[in-house]
Design a protein around this ligand. Structure first.
Ligand code: TRP
Ligand code: SF4
Length: 434
């Protein structure tokens, strides 16, 4: 059966490798060695896949412009899963990315029926305060979808390139689906593409860190980005073909002229397209792409670069099974009482054996342990320490009691500290224009 990625439904993804084959997500392992100072999620294979992240890595290296963008639907309490996305955004901001965060109030309103007032309140109380407390800098942009005119305008433009039949195929929309829900899909694509509008510095690589359930959105947005282009550059055998999809003959003419000016000699112009034959270097297609992108923007086009994405694994719920915002015992919210959080961890499902004797002879199963997961996802900065816990667990030298106690105390201390920082963030909201 095909894996269904439904951003609004319950998702169970047990086998991530399916995502590589079925959806064309690339493995993150291949790109990891090129990143100088990787985030622990990268080193620990928690970020397991990507689309087109190469471009972002290059921009980071060359210190050329790039952006990071993601969004949160204000529909409940933000838990440790949300913290993961926040950390990834902040990491890219620290590495030179222009950062954008959407509070998806239009989505929450249209899909979940949440009032605008409640969206505003939850957006600030749950998401924004934590985002700032975790280190998001005021140089980035945090916005509510409904308040951002450029996003609403772009959504309308993108909607002319999207068809009902494809939204139906991707999201299961039917004749009964409310139209605002469909609009919110266009809004999300506009969230993702608007860092590339000229008012935000024009076309550039943009990375969207998300859970893999959001991949359908990414694929749709990448398609839409392409459909908004005036030019299509394709590498063929022995030449690079440049087609002017909506360019018009004047722009085709201008493209041919621009390519000649930049040193290409064998440029053959046809009515609707241009072929460039002196393209022996593998970088030529990309160079030509950049040249016509510039021309497209000068002519008032978007010149969108297809957005890149990063996908992380989901944490297991503390009670086993899926971590869910609707079941408080399965997750730890960033705003919950630190003492209660400590108790939840003490009750969490571990990879321990039935009896202490069995644990000593067989060893524990850290790969199936939610406490160990807490350590690798959130509670240990130290890879050496993790390796030690892992080995000690496997060999039976470690007992779950000690392990849980340590993790439980760390989660309590983290929350105490985080919640103190949230109160400092509250005083600083105006620095973020909120
Ligand atoms: N749909 C996302 C969610 O359900 C929220 C979201 C809105 C988003 N705009 C976005 C995610 C842009 C990534 C990029 O949580
Ligand atoms: Fe998990 Fe620690 Fe028990 Fe191993 S010893 S199963 S890591 S709680």
């Amino acid at each position: 059966m095909a894996t269904k990625l439904d951003p609004w439904g319950a998702v169970s993804i047990d086998d991530y490798s399916k995502l590589f084959e079925e959806f064309g997500i690339s493995s993150f392992d291949d790109i990891l060695p090129q990143i100088d100072d990787p985030h622990p999620y990268m080193k620990r294979h928690i970020i397991f896949g990507h689309r087109d992240y190469q471009k972002v890595v290059e921009a980071m290296k060359e210190k050329s412009p790039f952006a990071v963008m993601s969004g949160f639907m204000p529909s409940g309490r933000v838990h440790l899963g949300g913290k993961m996305v926040m950390e990834e955004i902040i990491w890219h901001q620290k590495h030179g990315g222009d950062a954008f965060v959407a509070i998806a109030d239009m989505e929450a309103h249209s899909v979940r029926g949440i009032s605008w007032e409640r969206c505003r309140e939850m957006g600030i109380e749950e998401y924004i305060l934590s985002l700032i407390a975790l280190g998001f800098e005021p140089s980035g942009t945090i916005y509510f979808q409904s308040k951002r005119q450029a996003v609403r305008d772009l959504a309308f433009e993108l909607a002319s390139a999207a068809r009902f039949s494809e939204l139906a195929a991707i999201y299961g929309f039917s004749g009964e689906t409310n139209v605002a829900h469909m609009v919110s899909v266009m809004i999300q694509s506009a969230d993702i593409l608007h860092p590339q509008l000229s008012e935000n510095g024009g076309p550039k690589p943009v990375v969207i860190p998300v859970g893999s359930d959001q991949d359908a959105h990414i694929r749709l947005t990448r398609d839409l980005a392409g459909r908004m282009r005036k030019f299509l550059v394709e590498e063929r055998v022995g030449h690079v073909s440049l087609r002017g999809k909506a360019a018009g003959t004047d722009l085709i003419e201008a493209a041919a002229a621009r390519l000649k000016e930049t040193g290409y000699r064998k440029v053959k112009r046809y009515e609707e397209h241009v072929d460039v034959f002196d393209v022996s270097d593998p970088g030529d297609a990309e160079r030509i792409e950049e040249i016509v992108r510039g021309l497209e923007v000068e002519a008032g086009g978007y010149g969108f670069v297809p957005p890149a994405s990063l996908y992380h694994r989901f944490m297991t719920g503390l009670t086993g099974g899926k971590m869910s915002s609707s079941r408080p015992e399965s997750h730890i919210a960033l705003t919950e009482d630190p003492e209660e959080a400590r108790e939840k961890v003490m009750k969490a499902v571990t990879g321990g054996r039935q009896s202490l004797a069995e644990q000593k002879t067989l060893g524990g199963e850290p790969d199936k342990c939610t406490v160990y997961e807490l350590l690798i996802f959130h509670l240990s900065e130290d890879d050496g320490e993790l390796a030690e816990v892992y080995d000690e667990c496997k060999s039976g030298a470690r007992t779950c009691g000690t392990c849980k106690k340590e993790a439980a105390e760390r989660i309590r201390d983290f929350l105490v500290d985080h919640q103190r920082k949230r109160e400092i963030a509250r005083e600083r909201l105006s620095e973020y224009g909120l």
